[in-house]
Design a protein around this ligand. Structure first.
Ligand SMILES: Cc1ncc(COP(=O)(O)O)c(C=O)c1O
Length: 416
């Protein structure tokens, strides 16, 4: 199978009228510091690398290109565990009347605390990464997890969740319907709690904590940029499924550089571009995308926006891109086969789309307007996040070794 394709990317500059921005404070630096303190208490904690792709940044005509590599996170090959673990801790803190700062890993995982708190079953729906993070966290804390996955989920991803002792099934449903299934099952279980990485009306506490948990990677990256002599990123590009991660990252940097925010943009899978479509609609209301949501970007195959994430993004993102699969495959190959002197980054389909997007707008004249709208040039210091490693190793090899989702050239490769 060599699905060379030429589908176009679509881009919307954000003209949505701003809201009262009530959710921005969720991601203020103090809250994110608290999440980072919690993550630091895990024996597995290490700061994930921030790679400087020096050669690639000058090749693309940028001042600096930095990639936060989340394939190193807690040995789980993706960033997602940051959210599930902090939400579980914050939920337990609320239930036991404590402050989350009083519940580091060694307290939460102790026998005494477990007896005091009793048994809980954490339910969730996932494309793979979030469910693995929830199952891993529940396992570490001696609790149970039940995980529902959408049709088409990879067997490797399912097996990785089962390894953490969770009950996990692949359903004949899309992601959003799996969320509804997991929520209903949690409701029917007296010891059940739904730990979902998206918010809807009436369900905001847990997704809010999940977003604060994701903040850890943004705070680490900010500190690493400083250590590299970068005063502030001028541009941040972040990928989105439901938009929890994007809302978290954009919200963090909007707080951190209040009054002088970086130019921040969002990349989605074209077939599931609910935030792009919401931006395009332009009223502030969200748009849902239904159906199979077919894309190689499994982590981004979500058709219903997180209402908190959307609210932050409508106020602070400059633009939204609906990206074809070739863009993510191109990003995976560019990371995996770097220019001489640059480090290799192992980045899966959902991790690499922002690299493919950045490369395409810097290299292809047909996207010159987008490059201009974002003000990308040789002074730009760009931050990307590779949110996962090769979480589907077979697919990763097909992309890098076999050229799956190649780009048909139009003879317009590089602008320089
Ligand atoms: C690897 C990866 N990147 C990005 C995302 C997008 O995160 P969100 O759904 O919060 O937008 C996901 C979601 O599962 C993911 O697994």
């Amino acid at each position: 199978m060599n699905r060379t394709n030429n589908a176009e990317m679509e881009f919307a500059v954000n003209h949505v009228p701003p809201s009262d921005d009530r959710y921005l404070k969720l991601m203020d630096v103090e809250n994110v510091r608290s999440a980072l303190r919690f993550h630091r208490s895990f024996p597995e904690y290490e700061v994930t690398p921030l790679h400087h792709l020096k050669k690639m940044s000058s090749y693309l005509g940028l001042g600096g290109l930095y990639v936060k590599d989340e394939s190193y996170r807690f040995g789980l090959n993706a960033f997602k565990v940051l959210g599930g673990s902090f939400a579980i801790a914050s939920h337990i803190a609320k239930k036991t009347g404590k402050n989350v700062d009083e519940l580091p890993y060694d307290v939460l995982s102790s026998e005494v605390f477990r007896e005091e708190m009793g048994q809980t079953t954490f339910y969730t729906a996932t494309d793979g990464n979030h469910g693995r993070g929830v199952a891993w966290s529940a396992n570490k804390l001696g609790q149970k997890a039940v995980v529902r996955m959408p049709h088409g989920s990879s067997e490797t991803r399912r097996a990785n969740i089962a390894k953490e002792g969770a009950e996990v099934t692949i359903e004949n449903l899309n992601y959003d319907d799996c969320v509804r299934l997991a929520a209903a099952q949690a409701k029917a279980d007296p010891d059940g709690v739904i730990i979902q990485d998206t918010a809807w009306r009436g369900y905001t506490d847990i997704p809010g904590w999940i977003m604060q948990g994701y903040g850890t990677l943004a705070l680490e990256a900010d500190r690493q940029l400083h250590a590299n002599g970068v005063e502030r990123p001028t541009h941040v590009i972040v990928q989105a499924g439901v938009g929890s991660l994007a809302g978290a990252v954009v919200g963090f940097f909007a707080n951190r550089y209040k009054g002088d925010e970086p130019v921040m943009s969002v990349c989605e899978a074209g077939s599931a571009a609910c935030l792009y479509r919401s931006a395009k609609k332009g009223t502030g209301q969200t748009v849902k995308v239904r159906g199979k949501l077919d894309t190689i970007m499994a982590g981004l195959a979500c058709g219903e926006p997180n209402i908190i994430g959307w609210d932050i993004l409508r106020n602070h993102a400059r633009g939204f891109a609906a990206c074809p699969d070739w863009m993510s495959a191109k990003g995976t190959r560019m990371y995996g086969v770097p220019l001489a002197g640059d480090p290799t980054v192992i980045s899966g389909e959902s991790g690499s789309v922002t690299m493919g997007f950045l490369a395409a707008i810097m290299m292809y004249p047909r996207y010159a307007e987008i490059k201009e709208a974002l003000g990308l040039d040789e002074n730009s210091q760009v931050l990307l996040i590779s949110t996962e490693g090769n979480t589907d190793p077979m697919r990763f090899r097909e992309i890098v070794w076999d050229g799956l989702y190649g780009v048909r050239h139009r003879g317009e490769e590089v602008v320089k």
